[in-house]
Write a protein that binds this ligand. Structure first.
Ligand code: C2E
Ligand code: CA
Ligand code: CA
Length: 617
């Protein structure tokens, strides 16, 4: 309790030094005072009577016990200077000049203060002042109660409550605010006002490759990385801002008073810059990367939740564009997301409503001049947008987590197509089907593929599973190697697709034993115009021949490209020069009309008499 400095307090401190103060006196002269009735001797509350200048005139036994003195020893003293604990003393000159002000509000209230007994012990004193009109003039009765136990119990309770409150609103691991606190903050007046004034920016942060840290270095390292980011956020969090951890590796910084894109982006860039200093964990330097989605209030009616949602959308974009960057939300970006959300809903229906189909594109063995099989390529017959190639919906499917479902659907459609080819009399044809990391890393994939083959009376040797380098990178090298191994043990062939587009194509051939590589369209496209490209293609084909790996060149569109591939002794081709991808029925019609192929399609070129290996061949 705040103690008014002009309050008088009885204090018998001087009596402590007075031998006469030892033990209660036989009589209590004050008790004879006509306004001090006998029962005051027996009350549990301490009662002290003072004159109008604060001199102690009388006290009851309870007061003697409370202050650890005897009345005789302290009568007549002005106690104000002694009752306050060290550090709260009042200037002696003020005490000497003190006099109760009869009209003071002091008399209307109870007061709680820390006071001192003789001997130094401090206690909580709940006291009140009563002005008495007596025949001897005005007097002041001070009623005191030692409430130390109650106050301390309350304090303990308050601390415990505060601790619980903190725990309920903060994240254990990082100490940052949690979702509950965020909700509270979003509903606060201070935030509402800032939103109305368009002065709120939100940064939504997500750790890059957090799973990798957890998987490779363990959960303790993952925890350390999260705490590291929390420390960074604290560094960039203003007194009115809120930094919170809203989920696994996701954080939010709500910045109040941020009114311009520049200010918000600068804050984000500083945060990103700070991530360049690695976290030292168990003598290891860990680089903890961040992606950030930023959003600023667009109009004065916007709610905090909408802002956070937009920042989340921007974060998604930052991640998609290659992590370690900040993206600012714009309404245009919002439109893209709305379209994607719509497509996601439609994609979920596509399977049930049989809108998916596969197109077939033939593959030609150049040495034998024969079509040996077809690659199947997924198509979506979209009710509103017409027929869509995979590029138009795969990314959305991946984000929505339905890519593996599409692959399973594509697998069944592909095997159905193969059955139809066989039934149409092309029973020596095989099929090549594409699969993503999402399906390939599913432990059930080889088993389901095997079952799908068996249920149609097909053999694993009649299919080739095509995986891309991206699949290997996304699925984790070792996981994919294991999946490939299972497919091969089953008897299926495996091809490395889009060879030549990635950085480590050759490394993957040595790491994962594929039966075939598919030269990417980009290598084929430049064959006629770029001599260096030609040399690269020839070297790859040469190398694969030595390794016993089959090669199919994709995207062959012109007779010139085909001729150059023949010269390079490419084993097989696929592309518009032969046929476009088309529905199964059309492919059967095409095969019926075109097989056997004209001789110049399958004829080997004459062996070159001199083998030259330099660009421009
Ligand atoms: P991809 O496996 O590299 O397939 C070849 C792509 O090149 C196909 O594109 C095909 O239509 C196109 N193409 C064929 N011949 C030529 C040509 O002469 N010139 C040019 N410029 N392009 C040619 P599409 O059908 O759009 O498929 C794109 C990619 O989608 C495929 O690339 C494949 O990676 C993926 N994909 C297709 N179906 C599936 C599937 O069922 N599952 C998975 N996971 N991926 C699939
Ligand atoms: Ca392919
Ligand atoms: Ca390809």
């Amino acid at each position: 309790m705040a103690e008014p400095s002009d309050t008088a307090h009885p204090h018998p401190a001087d009596a402590a030094q007075d031998p006469a103060a030892d033990g209660p006196g036989p009589s209590r002269p004050g008790a004879d005072l006509p306004f001090c009735p006998q029962f005051l001797h027996r009350t549990r509350d301490a009662i002290i009577l003072q004159d109008i200048e604060g001199h102690l005139e009388w006290m009851n036994p309870a007061a003697e016990a409370m202050f650890n003195v005897s009345l005789d020893a302290v009568r007549g003293i002005k106690v104000m200077g002694h009752v306050l604990p060290d550090g709260a003393r009042v200037d002696p000159a003020k005490i000497a000049a003190f006099r109760y002000d009869i009209g003071s509000s002091l008399f209307d209230r109870t007061h709680l203060a820390r006071h001192k007994r003789v001997g130094g012990q401090v206690f909580w004193n709940l006291h009140s002042f009563t002005l008495l009109a007596t025949p001897m003039g005005p007097k002041v009765a001070v009623t005191c109660r030692d409430v130390t136990e109650t106050v301390e119990a309350e304090q303990t309770l308050r601390h415990a409550k505060a601790r619980l409150q903190h725990a309920a609103h903060h994240d254990d691991l990082t100490g940052l605010a949690n979702r509950k606190r965020l909700t509270q903050y979003l509903a606060s007046d201070i935030l509402r006002r800032a939103l109305a004034e368009r002065r709120v920016g939100v940064l939504h942060l997500d750790l890059d490759k957090f799973k990798e840290i957890n998987d490779t270095l363990g959960h303790a390292a993952g925890d350390a990385a999260l705490r590291h980011v929390a420390d960074l956020l604290r560094r960039f969090c203003g007194p009115q801002d809120l930094a919170c951890r809203i989920g696994g590796d996701e954080f939010l910084l709500v910045c109040l008073g941020t009114a311009t894109e520049d200010a918000l982006l600068t804050r984000a860039e500083l945060l990103l810059g700070a991530t360049h200093d690695p976290l030292m964990w168990n003598n290891q330097a860990i680089r903890v990367g961040l992606s950030i989605g930023a959003c600023l209030t667009q109009d004065s009616t916007e709610r905090g939740e909408a802002l956070i949602h937009h920042a989340d959308q921007a974060l998604y974009e930052a991640k998609t564009r290659g992590r370690g960057r900040v993206m600012l939300y714009t309404p245009a970006l919002g439109q893209v997301q709305i379209a994607q959300n719509r497509m996601t809903r439609e994609l979920r229906l596509a399977t049930a409503e049989k809108q998916l189909t596969v197109h077939l594109q033939p593959q030609l063995d150049l040495a034998r001049g024969r079509v040996t099989g077809c690659e199947t390529l997924l198509r979506w017959n979209h009710p509103r947008l017409g027929q869509l190639p995979p590029g138009a919906f795969f990314e959305t499917a991946r984000r929505a987590g339905v890519l593996a479902d599409l692959d399973y659907q594509s697998m069944h459609l592909s095997l159905d197509a193969l059955t139809r080819l066989h039934a149409a009399g092309f029973d020596d044809l095989t099929i090549a089907l594409n699969v993503s990391a999402e399906a390939l890393t599913d432990v059930n994939y080889p088993g389901l593929l095997d079952w799908a083959l068996q249920s149609r009376g097909l053999k694993p040797s009649q299919i080739c599973v095509e995986i891309t380098e991206t699949t290997i990178l996304q699925g984790g090298g070792r996981t994919i190697a294991a999946a490939v191994d299972r497919l091969k043990r089953m008897g299926a062939r495996v091809a490395l697709d889009d060879f030549g587009t990635g950085y480590a194509g050759l490394a993957h051939i040595s790491e994962i034993e594929v039966d075939e590589i598919k030269l990417d369209c980009s290598l084929t496209a430049n064959l006629a115009t770029d001599p260096r490209n030609r040399a690269i293609v020839r070297s790859i084909i040469e190398l694969c021949r030595k390794l016993g790996t089959h090669v199919t060149a994709e995207g062959v569109e012109t007779a010139e490209q085909l001729r150059l591939l023949r010269v390079a002794r490419c084993p097989a081709i696929q592309g518009f020069v032969l046929a476009h991808p088309q529905p199964c029925a059309d492919m059967i019609a095409w095969l019926s009309a075109n097989l056997p192929l004209p001789t110049d399609f399958g004829r080997d070129p004459p062996e070159p008499r001199v083998t030259r290996l330099h660009p421009g061949d």
